[in-house]
Design a protein around this ligand. Structure first.
Ligand SMILES: [Fe+2]
Length: 168
């Protein structure tokens, strides 16, 4: 592949990845309030609500990313995030018992975070390859937020399910 062709291909797959990430974040803006509502533990409820605010910020940041490469923001609808969200809805409907439900909500949130981290990691690698410095910085910010949210949720999970082992 010629260098110019490679550059064009990279730009195209990068834009597509951003479009799919925008769909993921927008889908989560709708799903997170349901998770917050279903949670019993006040810290967990708070955690979901805080991540909702963060996710709204991530939608805005993605729009900045589009602008940084001269593209208009557009969402590309994907099945995977809808499947993950559906699994979460199944949990809300079917898991009985407050602690069991909270623990399952945290596990569901972990699926979401890891899915997002995988997406942002790929986008970040391509931004680096294309030497888009501003874009890279913005994507790094979101990736760091997702990682932090996942770590926080995991710690919360331990404190809810195994309170005696709580080291928070
Ligand atoms: Fe996110």
């Amino acid at each position: 592949m010629k260098k110019n062709e490679q550059k064009m291909m990279l730009h195209d797959i990068f834009v597509q990845k951003l479009q799919s990430l925008l769909d993921v974040e927008q889908t989560l803006v709708k799903a997170l309030p349901k998770m917050a509502k279903a949670a019993s533990n006040p810290e967990l409820k708070k955690g979901f609500n805080e991540h909702l605010v963060e996710t709204k910020g991530q939608v805005e940041r993605l729009k900045e990313v589009f602008a940084s490469i001269g593209e208009k923001p557009k969402a590309l609808k994907g099945d995977a995030i809808r499947g993950i969200v559906k699994d979460g809805e199944w949990i809300i409907k079917n898991v009985k018992g407050k602690t069991a439900l909270d623990a399952n909500l945290i596990a569901a949130a972990s699926y979401v975070e890891h899915y997002e981290m995988a997406g942002y990691t790929a986008a970040l690698a391509w931004a680096k390859e294309m030497k888009h410095k501003d874009t890279e910085r913005l994507l790094k910010e979101t990736l760091a937020e997702e990682e932090k949210a996942d770590t926080k949720m995991a710690a919360l999970g331990k404190s809810i399910v195994f309170p005696e082992a709580n080291t928070l």
